[in-house]
Design a protein around this ligand. Structure first.
Ligand code: UD1
Ligand code: CA
Length: 480
């Protein structure tokens, strides 16, 4: 453990039964990160000497998830196991087993408070260390405090203790200042108080909240730090609160993009994950979802109605009504409308992927175009080539996938089939309806299929009585 004077314990051992889910509560996601990940990233922003994640219920899911998130963090992450979920006090005690020799400030947060920011934790830590304090609880005032622990103060306005909803008297339930579940503790005071907790309460659990009363009774100073923005401290206990937290997080993320110089025409239908980067003078039209590690360079236009997942979009590109996953769209490229970019699509500068085109594992060079109704998979296309409408890169023989290589300045006719593996040289032309099975040398015109044959009178002879035969008869008679 490196020597800084504060550590963080993140509680993530609770059952989360109100989610009614196979997935552990803290592994539900908003803004592209799990609740657990949000809480660990907020803790990391404090630059603590160590972060301890306390896992218990569903720990076969939560433990490995925490380890994976730990790899993205600057701070060292330790996992503590709370064997039985005997309450938040017991959970903090489990966390302290990973901080045995630690002296300084222990910050405790909950993994189910995803909007809590590193800035707010930093303010709490500053408030706690400004004057000698044994415990500082982060509180908020709520119009409807139901369900939360109430902050009880004496006539001098000093915090004396916290009373849980279920244990509160009618008078205490009137109190609108509540416990956010986030605390700063002096490590020594916390260690001592944890040995004094008891289960004499309605839930029969060890409450971390009781540490305040114990510390104060021992003559140690206990204070509250009231958060400016209660919405940041909203806990997620069920799916209704999950959606509300997701909407609030998104509102903040979209607002940050606008403050950074992006135009968002309809913030209400724009969803941006927290790790997405949005450049200046980007325009986002209604119905856009930017997910994962998507990056939009300056002057990009996206939308309406587009979803980009882990997509990199170059400067000045335009993406209209597209669905793209793990793709790269080059500067000033033109995508859409109604275009599906699957993983491994790499579009060069000023290239185009037009309407009803699907691509996968395809590199399309600078200025090349696939404008209409085509499938381009497992392919490399050079620069300034044009793939005619309704073409298919036939990459799959039923067993294996094969690659097609098309050179630069190629002009293929409509309905060209590229039967992979095949290579088409630079400057090649193909006739409409060509089936390219063999390599085509540079500069050739390739055509396939025999000459057209018209078998006169076939419809009237072979399909008598049909509307087509009737039309054919009428045409013949009026020509006679
Ligand atoms: C808790 C607080 C309450 C506060 C509220 C804020 C207590 C007794 N009550 O109530 O004062 O207003 O948070 O949201 O602390 N957990 C464990 N192990 C356990 C029990 C819980 O790790 O044995 C974890 C949960 O995963 C969760 C956190 O502790 O992250 C809070 O537990 P929860 O049951 O949600 O507490 P609340 O009833 O919300
Ligand atoms: Ca809770």
């Amino acid at each position: 453990m490196t020597e800084t004077s504060h550590a963080v314990i993140v509680l993530a051992a609770g059952a989360g039964t109100r989610m009614k889910s196979k997935t552990q509560k803290t592994l539900h996601a908003i803004g592209g990160r799990t609740l657990l990940s949000h809480s660990l990233h907020a803790a990391d922003a404090l630059h603590p000497s160590r972060i301890v994640a306390v896992v218990g219920h569903g720990r076969d899911q939560v433990g490995p998830a925490a380890e994976t998130i730990g790899e993205e963090l600057d701070a060292e992450l330790a996992i503590a196991v709370q064997e039985e979920q005997n309450g938040t006090g017991d959970a903090v005690a489990a966390g302290m087993t990973q901080l045995e020799d630690f002296e300084g400030t222990v910050i405790v947060t909950n993994a189910d408070v995803p909007l809590l920011t590193g800035d707010t934790l930093t303010e709490l830590l500053a408030a706690h260390t400004e004057v000698p304090t044994a415990v500082t609880v982060l509180t908020m005032r709520l119009p409807d405090p139901f369900g939360y622990g109430r902050i009880i103060r004496n006539e001098q306005g000093e915090v004396t203790h916290i009373t849980e909803q279920k244990d509160a008297t009618d008078a205490e339930r009137e109190v609108d200042e509540v416990n956010s579940g986030v605390f700063a503790f002096d490590a020594g005071v916390l260690r001592d108080a944890l040995t004094r907790l008891n289960t004499d309460n309605k839930q029969g659990e060890l409450y971390i909240t009781d540490v305040l009363g114990i510390a104060r009774d021992a003559g140690r100073p206990v204070r509250a730090h009231i958060a400016d923005d209660a919405r940041e401290l909203a806990g997620v206990n069920d799916r209704v609160q999950l959606a509300a937290a997701g909407a609030e997080l998104n509102r903040r993320t979209v607002e940050a993009a606008m403050r950074g110089g992006a135009t968002v025409v309809d913030p209400g239908t724009t969803w941006i994950d927290v790790e997405v980067q949005v450049g200046q003078d980007v325009t986002i039209l209604p119905g856009v979802q930017l997910k994962g590690r998507t990056t939009l360079a300056d002057d990009v236009t996206v939308g309406p109605d587009s979803t980009l997942v882990d997509v990199t979009v170059g400067e000045g590109a335009s993406v209209v009504r597209a669905h793209a996953v793990e793709a790269v769209i080059g500067a000033r490229a033109d995508v859409g409308p109604f275009t599906y970019l699957r993983p491994g699509t790499v579009l060069g500068e000023e290239s185009k992927l037009g309407g009803f085109v699907e691509s996968k594992n395809a590199t399309i060079g600078k200025g090349s175009k696939v404008p209409h109704l085509s499938y381009i998979g497992d392919a490399t296309v050079g620069e300034y080539s044009n793939i005619g409408a309704s073409s298919v890169f036939v990459n799959y023989d039923g067993v294996n996938k094969h690659h097609t290589t098309v050179g630069s300045h190629v002009r293929t006719g409509s309905d060209t089939m590229f039967i992979a593996p095949v290579t088409v040289g630079d400057g090649v032309y193909s006739g409409a309806g060509t089936v390219i099975k063999d390599d085509v040398p540079a500069g050739a015109l390739v055509v396939s299929g025999g000459h057209q044959r018209n078998i006169e009178g076939w419809v009237e002879r072979k399909r008598p009585g049909t509307p087509a035969a009737e039309a054919a008869k009428n045409a013949r008679e009026s020509a006679d």
